[in-house]
Design a binder for this molecule. Structure first.
Ligand code: C2E
Ligand code: CA
Ligand code: CA
Length: 662
């Protein structure tokens, strides 16, 4: 073996060759593989067999050497091994398992990954279709069979479906399975199907969670409005199919829930809602659907009913269940609910209308004093239509200038002098005549029209005071009413504008707010009030004693005036209880250096009693109902100015005014 051979055969081969030759001469056949390096640098693989021969004698005296080029087949084997390894890696990474079904024997080959998925002993499995179906979820078997058969019959070209299988420990896994017939007999009969199984349990759970988010109310886990609407639509279809079948929708709204939320915080409010939801649930029959529509609104579909009258007792039961006290966070709370009932098919033909009509009926239950239920009637619809018409008319009225301010005087109890006046809004409707604020303020609030309307009131009231002054009368301080809906970022600015434009000094303007301004969005509203107060404008609490206020707002900043609600004044002469409340309010106000005004004084007895109690001012029909500006001027400014010569003073005796008015 020379240098050249060493180059060609390589050191490795030469190292092999020595011992191999020794073994061959010992009479042994030797096989080995070697690399062959060609002069052009190419390397091929050869299988070498050395077979001894003895040329007839007993002793080996030579050998045959066979040299076979196996480069191609060797590469092919390597290639297969590599492909197999890649496939195994890919499968392991993909969570996929392979299966191979022999249609004739009914046997299925399943790989290692399948055993792993199902928590079985590791290893490949051969099982039967029957055994596999025994582990499939009973609700899924039919579907899996159906798609597989379609594939076997050649109606599909490959399939994919999802089903559940039970693991060894009894859990249900979601499996995405796909398969395809890969061999068929000449007559088209399927012989072999192969496919994959993938564990998609995690994805299914995520999907279920997303589905939950879209269909359930997160606080109570009850179905949400969307689901309810679907159920109603479904109930309608069912009812239409069966003649004479009816069902009812109950719209449930908690009474005064907002007060709990505002005074005790959202956390307590949420806890209360949860407990209410539980009670509602237990007051219903199994098949009925309870949903939360948001806030403190719930709805129930009662299905089916024999007659509309059957819904009433269920509503009663719900109201009673709701009424027992709740214990939340150490608070003992009482809450009632009002329920509106609409019935299909009588009250509506579609889900949205059925809901709206139950909602209308619920409002009517609230109007009837709450804690009760009401069936929907067409008349409610009529009222809703009127309300809509009113809303439209209200918008137009603002543009057409159909609003007016009436003024009601306030007198001092000591000396009966005109101290100030309250501006009260009126709508002079071209057809319906004068409309009182109670009829349109709530709608103005709902539609935000209260903002421009409220600005108009403040501006007009300020201008009126200055206008009278220009006409030579005394400057009379004026009070305007502000409703909750006006408490937004623009309020302080527009009050300031009104003062500047008219030239009225801020101390001559008072704003009257009710306690619910201080109940809702407390912090923001208090900040707005503080800014109004900083302008120099006075602040009065209106209808004092009727709200659910905790009086805690009195700590935050100084209010100027308390107006005792007319309901106390009305009964104070006849009922000692009411008289005590009035006395207590006066004492409270005075201890806080606040001015007290009694509203709704209608008799001299009431006025005298208030005087005895030390109340500061009064206002009411006893002396004068609110009047339009010109009549107010005539009665309280002009005549008395002429008669009494007090045009330059702020105050005048009311007794004189009464005389003058006659
Ligand atoms: P309020 O602020 O409590 O106004 C007093 C109401 O009691 C007025 O009704 C007045 O006419 C009436 N009243 C006065 N004296 C007596 C009396 O001796 N006996 C009886 N029974 N009633 C008396 P009005 O003008 O119908 O106003 C009703 C409510 O509408 C007001 O209650 C106020 O909350 C609201 N309102 C009136 N004007 C405006 C306004 O410009 N803006 C806002 N936001 N609300 C207003
Ligand atoms: Ca008022
Ligand atoms: Ca009042």
């Amino acid at each position: 073996i020379d240098q050249k051979a060493d180059e060609i055969f390589g050191a490795q081969t030469i190292a092999l060759l020595g011992p191999a030759i020794a073994r061959v001469f010992a009479g042994e056949r030797v096989d080995f593989e070697r690399e062959h390096r060609h002069p052009d640098g190419r390397v091929s693989h050869h299988a070498v067999s050395l077979i001894p021969h003895s040329a007839g004698g007993a002793k080996t005296n030579g050998f045959y050497a066979f040299n076979r080029d196996i480069t191609e087949s060797r590469n092919a084997v390597l290639e297969i091994a590599r492909a197999k390894e890649q496939l195994a890696l890919a499968l392991a990474g993909s969570n996929l398992s392979l299966w191979d079904f022999n249609c004739q024997s009914g046997e299925i080959y399943l790989d290692q990954a399948w055993a792993r998925m199902l928590g079985e002993e590791p290893g490949e499995t051969i099982t039967t279709v029957e055994k596999l179906f025994a582990r499939t979820h009973p609700d899924d078997v039919e579907r899996v069979l159906e798609v597989s058969l379609m594939e076997l019959k050649g109606k599909t070209n490959g399939y994919a479906e999802e089903h559940r299988v039970k693991t060894r420990s009894g859990e249900w896994l979601w499996i995405a399975s796909s398969g395809k017939v890969v061999e068929r007999a000449a007559d088209g009969k399927a012989l072999r199907v192969i496919g994959t199984n993938a564990d998609i349990t995690v994805r299914k759970r995520a999907e279920a969670h997303i589905e939950d988010l879209a269909t359930r109310d997160p606080l109570t886990s009850l179905p949400n409005r969307r689901v309810l609407t679907d159920r109603i639509a479904h109930a309608m279809l069912t009812a239409e199919r069966k003649d004479e079948a009816i069902f009812a929708l109950l719209f449930i709204d908690l009474d005064r829930f907002k007060i709990v939320n505002d005074s005790l915080g959202h956390n307590v409010g949420d806890q209360l809602l949860l407990q209410v939801a539980q009670r509602l649930g237990s007051a219903m029959r199994k098949g009925d659907t309870l949903a939360r529509l948001g806030g403190d609104e719930f709805a129930v579909v009662l299905e089916p009913l024999h007659q509309p009258e059957d819904a009433g007792p269920v509503a009663r039961k719900i109201i009673d269940a709701c009424a027992a006290p709740y214990s939340v966070d150490g608070h003992l709370l009482n809450i009632s609910c009002s329920i509106g009932i609409s019935v299909f098919p009588g009250d509506a033909a579609d889900a949205a209308t059925l809901l709206r009509n139950a909602d209308l009926a619920m409002y009517s239950a609230k109007e009837r004093g709450r804690n009760t239920y009401q069936y929907f009637s067409q008349e409610m619809n009529q009222r809703a239509v009127e309300k809509l018409a009113l809303e439209r008319a209200l918008r137009a009225a603002l543009q057409e200038g159909e609003f007016e301010l009436y003024y009601q005087p306030k007198f001092s109890l000591e000396g009966d002098r005109l101290v100030s006046m309250e501006a009260l809004l009126r709508w002079r409707h071209p057809q319906q005549g004068l409309i009182a604020p109670a009829r349109f303020i709530p709608i103005a609030e709902e539609t935000k029209l209260i903002l421009p309307l409220g600005n108009w009131v403040v501006r007009t009231a300020c201008e009126q005071v200055m206008e009278w002054e220009r006409r030579g009368h005394a400057r009379i301080p004026v009070a305007v009413n502000l409703s909750v809906g006006q408490f937004d970022a623009s309020l302080v600015g527009s009050i300031g504008d009104a003062l500047r434009a008219s030239g009225l000094e801020p101390r001559c303007l008072e704003v009257e707010i009710t306690e619910n301004v201080l109940m809702r969005d407390v912090d923001e509203n208090i900040e707005i009030l503080r800014q109004i107060s900083d302008l120099g404008v006075r602040i009065a609490i209106d209808d004092f004693g009727t709200g659910y206020s905790s009086l805690s707002y009195l700590r935050y900043f100084k209010l100027d005036t308390i107006k005792i609600d007319q309901s106390f004044v009305r009964n104070m002469v006849a009922k000692t209880h009411e008289a005590s409340i009035v006395r207590a309010i006066i004492a409270l106000a005075h201890s806080l250096q606040m001015n007290v005004v009694a509203e709704g004084v209608e008799s001299v007895e009431q006025k005298n009693a208030l005087g005895d109690m030390g109340c500061d001012e009064w206002q009411g029909f006893f002396n004068c109902e609110p009047l339009p500006a010109d009549r107010f001027e005539q009665r309280f400014l002009l005549r008395s100015a002429a008669n009494e010569g007090i045009a330059a003073t702020l105050v005048m005796p009311a007794g004189t005014l009464l005389r003058n008015a006659n």
